[in-house]
Design a protein around this ligand. Structure first.
Ligand SMILES: Nc1nc2c(ncn2[C@@H]2O[C@H](COP(=O)(O)OP(=O)(O)OP(=O)(O)O)[C@@H](O)[C@H]2O)c(=O)[nH]1
Length: 530
């Protein structure tokens, strides 16, 4: 059975052979007059599916309205400097810096960094003594935690000050960063802008922490809703293409290739689909535009399925119960690393795991605060340091702490950009060396975070990163704000790196374990069900 039929079966849409066989049996067995009954019996199957999806959507909406837990966060701030960080993180006025400010900060950073300890420390070796100096920072945690808690001021509308990380994220302005992208890896060209991501502004993520455990139906709904924009975008392109259809000739294949490339399935994949369709009998026999559309989608889905036959999309954890699992997150600025770590921390905390975060992005001051705030909301611990500190020392402290205090999992944030690509790659290599030296089997995952809304740009970033870093898997974020969900097809066919997680929104529960069937169904649902 092809992947297309597997997806249909998984979601209650009968594969064609079965439909045909069943129809033939029914025709043979049943009197003519009962045909009507057979047809109407088949219809509710789809309806039930949709009704279930809708009711799950309602229940998800209800869940997100739950009030946050009263419990104080369990944030551990290792350094005295970090106190300032936490204090500023819980003061809404100070946080709500206008975007002009953030522009300034962004522009100033490279200069500051030149004089900052980061540059000199990066140049220095990662000697044990350098690193141990930072361990002192960790020992200050109790005092800091108390002070951090003391500064938390609940707001009158019962929403905690924690709502601010969303505003923190507003500081990230992809356009403003485009200058930087010339020096560093290409930054997202059309990343989701703050206004597009405002969905999370009135729904604090703290609510997610108290959300009910996810059911399988919730994740189908998440895929369904998160991929709506891509689904509609693809359907619109396909309809436009079919509207111009006259006959299956050379022009048809040229237009098809163009349409597929526009849908971000990638050049190579577009050619493969087109070439395979040239020999496709079904296409030659298709009578209506609808049938042609079906054949195209079926071919696309089958090619995607075949390419992923040996792909391991699962996240790997340590097999040693006495050691923590470590996930290292890499990717360009604004791709969604910090947010993804926050979401994952929430998920693992809710599953009962002891979670530690490491704020390894010491280059962008806001990134430390942002991660500390996610940690506070997820009620997990975090190791931070002063902006400009050597990130490797933060990671060293975090790994030691994770080992000594038997954390189940350590999630390490890293900078999305430095003065240039070489520095960034050297830094990532250094961080990895520190981890391996402490725990030879770690990190279990090096996850490259890609902003799906940047389409081909994301693909190029992945190619560049995977040349210099041992990426074990991809996380595709912001699919909800993008019509470029077709990129998943190009990624599988051209990169051969497994997608492990997908970001389908800004809230904690919007991060989903990647499941190809659900993804494909979310992307082509309307066409598959027809
Ligand atoms: N709509 C949507 N927005 C997302 C998603 N993931 C992240 N974001 C938003 O993307 C923006 C950037 O996310 P960050 O987590 O700060 O990105 P980063 O990679 O850590 O960026 P740097 O710290 O600059 O390296 C924030 O506004 C997030 O809320 C997602 O799946 N959907």
């Amino acid at each position: 059975m092809g992947f297309f039929d597997r997806v249909k079966k998984a979601f209650g849409v009968k594969p064609k052979e079965e439909e045909t066989k069943e129809q033939a049996t029914q025709n043979a067995e049943e009197p003519q007059g009962e045909e009507q009954t057979t047809e109407s019996a088949a219809t509710p199957e789809t309806d039930t599916n949709e009704a279930a999806t809708e009711s799950a959507a309602e229940s998800t909406a209800e869940t997100t309205l739950a009030e946050p837990a009263a419990a104080e966060p369990d944030v551990v701030e290792p350094s005295t400097e970090t106190n300032e960080t936490v204090e500023s993180a819980v003061e809404p006025q100070a946080e709500e810096a206008p975007s002009a400010d953030s522009d300034e900060k962004e522009n100033e950073q490279p200069e500051e960094a030149e004089q900052s300890p980061l540059t000199s420390q990066s140049a220095a070796t990662d000697s044990q003594s350098d690193l141990e100096a930072n361990t002192e920072t960790v020992s200050a945690e109790e005092t800091t935690t108390q002070e951090a808690e003391a500064t938390v001021q609940p707001t009158t509308d019962t929403k905690p000050a924690a709502a601010e990380p969303v505003e923190e994220s507003v500081e990230i302005e992809p356009e403003a960063k485009s200058d930087e992208s010339e020096q560093t890896l290409e930054a997202p060209a059309d990343a989701v802008t703050p206004s597009e991501t405002s969905i999370a502004e009135d729904t604090t993520d703290e609510e997610d922490v108290t959300a009910a455990p996810e059911t399988p139906q919730d994740s189908i709904t998440e895929y369904d809703q998160g991929l709506a924009k891509s689904r509609h975008g693809f359907a619109a392109r396909l309809n436009k293409f079919l509207a111009n259809f006259r006959s299956v000739d050379e022009d048809f294949f040229e237009d098809l290739e163009e349409m597929l490339i526009e849908a971000d399935v990638g050049f190579e994949t577009a050619m493969e689909i087109s070439n395979q369709l040239r020999d496709e009998v079904k296409l030659q026999n298709a009578k209506t535009k609808k049938q042609i559309g079906q054949v195209i989608v079926e071919k696309m889905v089958d090619i995607y399925g075949e390419a992923g036959e040996n792909e391991d999309n699962s996240l790997h954890f340590t097999t040693n119960p006495n050691e923590p699992t470590i996930f290292l997150f890499v990717g360009v600025n604004g791709a969604g690393k910090t947010t993804t770590i926050g979401k994952l921390a929430t998920k693992y905390h809710n599953e009962g795991k002891k979670v530690l975060l490491a704020a390894g992005d010491t280059f962008r001051a806001g990134a430390i605060e942002q991660l500390a705030e996610w940690a506070r909301r997820a009620q997990v611990d975090v190791v931070t340091s002063k902006p400009g500190t050597d990130p490797a020392s933060v990671v060293f402290d975090a790994v030691k702490k994770a080992k000594a205090e038997q954390y189940d999992i350590l999630l390490v944030d890293t900078a999305g950009r430095l003065q240039n690509n070489v520095n960034l790659m050297n830094e990532l290599a250094k961080i990895k060396r520190i981890i391996v030296r402490e725990l030879p089997d770690a990190p279990q995952e090096v996850l490259l975070v890609l902003d799906a809304s940047t389409g081909q740009n994301a693909l190029n970033q992945a190619k560049q990163f995977s040349k210099t870093t041992d990426v074990t898997g991809l996380i595709l974020t912001k699919l909800d704000g993008s019509s470029k969900g077709g990129i998943i097809i190009a990624i599988r066919n051209e990169l051969h790196l497994p997608v492990k997680l997908v970001g389908l929104g800004e809230k904690a529960q919007d991060l989903q374990i990647f499941e190809a069937e659900k993804y494909v169904y979310g992307l082509f649902k309307d066409l598959i069900e027809d």
